[in-house]
Design a protein around this ligand. Sequence first.
Ligand code: NAP
Length: 247
Amino acid sequence: MRVLILGGTGDAAELAARVAAIEGVEAITSLAGRTREPSIPLGDFRIGGFGGVAGLANYLRQMRIDLLIDATHPFATQISCNAVDAASEVGVPRLMLIRRPWQKVSGDRWIEVDTVEAAAKALPLQAQRVFLTVGRQELGTFANLKDIWFLMRIIDLPTPDAVMPPGLILCDRGPFALHHEREIIIHHKIDTIVSKNSGGDATYAKIIVARELGLQVVMVNRPAKPPGEQVMDVEEALAWLLDKCKQ
Ligand code: NAP
């Protein structure tokens, strides 16, 4: 059995590591190649786009892929849509592994919006020092907010020609510990956090700190993923895989 894991998430990396331990199953993880020094998953991997639906379908055929697990980030919709069409064209069973979104709990002060553009518009009048954690590719959306100071946490430095809001770039990669997030947020006198509702534990600590300190969070809700079989954690994905291996 050969499984293609569409990756770029911690769940995908964990799944690849677990699959590597299963006799008779070979996993290839695919990474988009967005980060300069990606975390290399266990087992085989490849890096870079496939070239749309046709490219992915060709890859599935050429590599004789038996199963496809789409474990991409909840905000990566294009690749998930491509996976639907390519898997159906080639007749490869497909599963989506999408972790649970964070739920607002008592003490949270969230402003929920549907897009990153809406997050920029929703930044409340009193927001002066914003912790922006939506990723490098989205920084330009905040560029015209000249009266706000941004602490922008991203994995890789932006290109020199990137249009960005005023503030400070912090290059770092999760998971982030609670004490680390508390220190950063207090040190930079942050009053508002902008986050995608990524779910999972790796980047949740900032949301806990916001609750502790009573800070506002502009939370970007997830876009819709395409239809199809879905599970929410690695255990369930493994169960699906093992079940398919028996068939
Ligand atoms: P996207 O908009 O859904 O995909 C854009 C294009 O990037 C796809 O059409 C595909 O190119 C290529 N691509 C995306 N994921 C790929 C993968 N795993 N393997 C090979 N090619 C891939 O994706 P995105 O939002 O830019 O995210 C890119 C990657 O970063 C994803 O793998 C995702 O898991 C990870 N990520 C995204 C976010 C986020 O907030 N969007 C956050 C953390 C991690 P072709 O059409 O040429 O095949």
